[in-house]
Design a protein around this ligand. Sequence first.
Ligand code: UD1
Length: 341
Amino acid sequence: MKELVLVTGGTGYIGSHTVVELIESGYEVVIVDNLSNSEASVLDGIERITGTRPALEICDCTDFNQMHAVFEKYGSIRAAIHFAASKAVGESVEKPLMYYRNNLVSLINILELLKEFKSKGFVFSSSCTVYGQPEVLPVTETAAIQPAMSPYGNTKQIGEEIIRDATHAGLPYASIILRYFNPIGAHPSAEIGELPLGVPQNLVPFVTQTAAGIREQLSVFGDDYNTPDGSCIRDYIHVVDLAKAHVIAMQRLLENKSAEAVETFNLGTGNGLSVLDILKTFEKVTGKKLNYKIVGRRAGDIEQVWADPTIANDVLGWKATSTVEETLASAWKWQQKLSAK
Ligand code: UD1
């Protein structure tokens, strides 16, 4: 019988790609999503790719009673991957209480329900934001956690602590914390991808929308950083590579292979690329000229961060394999499909 996995935020960007990989690896999936930042039509794309339409419960993870009803309805939820969260750094500064409520109350609810229903595993979406500006690059999982630079970042730090405390207190399940670097790109089929509502905050959706003529001009936030070309450096990872790591984490939990009750892994490529590298590579891959200008720094940006993914490579046997060219091409294919609608 297929094992049933709950995916909160499963109609979102990373969630939907992970649902595809879970289904293709033989899991049964139930998605919980309040559709605050995604659309139910994402299920059509998932179904076209996999031939399976996952169950969707439209429900807010901060509502304990509704979530309890979902666990009761499905009965045998073996594990959960918790993507559902608010993630706009700037908005979190404006609305901190909303961020703490959305990101932390939902987490506590799910941990409590996994315990009540005797599930085996929990996978949490964390972020390289917990490292702030690391002193040593590439950054390893043992690097110091820096004071958070935004309420959003703080919800990831506090979330990790809640998971460690709860899991160490003897819950019936083990947890895996995945620290994402910068996920970009889309499924190669272009059936699913990132669907930013309104003006994109992240670099690559802004790039693709500029190339498509939806945005007139792209702003590069700063060229006076202490980096080779002066723009910020990040570790951009194909969302499908990232999604695959979740399946491996899930298998590890369900097969009791975890070495510790809580394990933490960096999910990145190990390569740092600047904003200008991304723009140049995008232009090369797509043949499109990007209209961009250099503007001032964006408040709260980290100068440079990229992952040391050795532990994920060795322990999970997972490695990001897509090139940045393939990844940017997939983002562009998805944008062209959206623009044609
Ligand atoms: C940020 C958060 C990260 C969070 C993610 C979720 C920080 C340090 N990181 O990632 O924790 O998980 O958002 O959305 O807050 N850029 C431009 N022009 C643009 C947009 C971006 O030059 O129009 C630059 C940024 O200055 C940055 C890079 O592109 O150097 C990547 O930006 P973005 O895609 O927003 O990701 P992060 O800021 O790294």
